[in-house]
Design a protein around this ligand. Structure first.
Ligand SMILES: Cc1ncc(COP(=O)(O)O)c(C=O)c1O
Length: 390
């Protein structure tokens, strides 16, 4: 190689998630590692997108997205999140929530800026911060309630943090941040004059009476919050790459310009499809998501419990953390994930993927956004492995 590669890529590796996925596929097993939802996209959305393709709705979209989609997003933000956003200036369509998050970081932060993240975190959140030259500052939370040590949070925020990243419902914790927690976090962000970036991609997937709240809707927060969400999880379309962000016009305007530089636009016919179909979805669709995922969660929890794993309490998202120590002892989570894969053909994600500084826990994360028959097959594989072990 003529010259060394960019040092920012030095620590980048194929994540365990992808390699576990590959091995599960090779073994003919069940992939419960990646957060790709294999449920069908709702029929009206597919039809509308096909219509847009047939009508040759093919060109680049405006850099902030199709106006018809932004209008639909504004209606949803008002009705579901309690956020008033002008679709012309305060909403931008992005390349997935991931694109929205990346553009928010680039629009708000200077090189070297520090960002508070709650740990365990979604690996892409910390990974993106690092590759862009920003520094995650982690505040570790612990189960079962993942409660926040606010004195410690204040100490960290006072120590030169520029923004706070909130992910609720949180992957992989499964925590839905409560109103009281949000009020306190918001108070600290106002006190220390911080930006808040909030990733709410699992907003419709909550359980047991836990209700999703948006920090951007709290008093005094609209001017300092960028709310990121998208359609990947809600409409089962992780490969369509459609997300959005809402926030102050000055930030959203710059985010749209950044997005234009990096991605140009999210796929136009798919934007058109989602825009025209959102109004056609049965109003009960969102409640049915909670019901469907609630029953999938039960299916997987029961199978894991029988196998000797202990699921942690779960308030939202379609991921479940389970403690394996009863069955495998205090081995590291990567070893446990490999052992489970060898024993059963089931791929999971080791807890170590969600921590900084080499920290680890005796948990594996399982994705239950799968067809019931796949979850049942996972149950059978777990049962067979139990029998073999005797
Ligand atoms: C917390 C979180 N945010 C964002 C994403 C990705 O969202 P999108 O497909 O809209 O980029 C994921 C996917 O697993 C996620 O867990």
């Amino acid at each position: 190689m003529p010259r060394p590669l960019a040092s920012r890529t030095a620590d980048l590796r194929q994540s365990e998630i992808r390699s576990m996925t590959r091995r599960a596929v090779e073994m003919g097993g069940v992939n419960l590692s990646q957060g790709l939802c294999d449920l069908p996209t709702p029929g009206p959305v597919k039809e509308a997108a096909c219509r847009a393709i047939r009508q040759d709705n093919n060109t680049y979209a405006p850099m902030n997205g199709l106006a018809c989609l932004r209008e639909k997003i504004a209606e949803k933000l008002k009705a579901f999140n309690g956020i008033s956003a002008d679709p012309e200036t305060e909403i931008t369509v992005t390349s997935g929530a991931t694109g929205g998050y990346t553009c928010a970081l680039l629009a708000l932060l200077e090189a070297g800026d520090r960002v508070l993240v709650f740990e365990p975190f979604y690996g892409y959140h910390a990974g993106t911060l690092k590759i862009l030259g920003f520094e995650p500052v982690a505040l570790r939370l612990e189960p079962p309630d993942w409660s926040i040590d606010f004195a410690r949070l204040e100490e960290l925020l006072a120590g030169g943090v520029k923004a706070l990243l909130l992910n609720t419902p949180a992957n992989p914790m499964g925590k839905v941040f409560s109103g009281l927690e949000m009020e306190k976090i918001a108070g600290l962000c106002r006190k220390y004059d911080l930006w808040v970036i909030t990733d709410e991609i699992y907003e419709y997937i909550t359980f047991g009476g836990h209700r999703h709240l948006s920090i951007g809707a709290l008093e005094g927060m609209a001017g300092r919050t960028v709310t990121v969400s998208g359609f990947s999880k809600t409409l089962a379309m992780t490969g369509w790459r459609l997300g959005y962000a809402a926030g102050p016009a000055a930030v959203i305007g710059k985010m749209a310009l950044v997005s234009d530089l990096i991605y140009i636009c999210a796929p136009r016919p798919l934007q058109a499809g989602v825009a025209s179909a959102l109004g056609e979805l049965d109003p009960g669709y969102y409640d049915s998501l909670r019901r469907i995922y609630g029953s999938k969660r039960e299916l997987l929890s029961r199978a894991l419990e029988k196998f000797g794993f202990a699921p942690l309490p779960l308030e939202g998202t379609y991921f479940l953390l389970a403690d394996y120590s009863e069955r495998y002892g205090a081995v590291g989570s990567l070893e446990a994930a490999n052992r489970l894969l060898d024993e059963t053909g089931i791929a999971s994600v080791p807890a170590a993927s969600f921590y900084s500084g080499g920290a680890d826990r005796t948990w594996l994360r399982f994705c239950f956004a799968k067809e019931d028959r796949e979850l049942e097959r996972a149950g059978q594989l777990l049962e067979q492995a139990s029998l073999v072990k005797g």
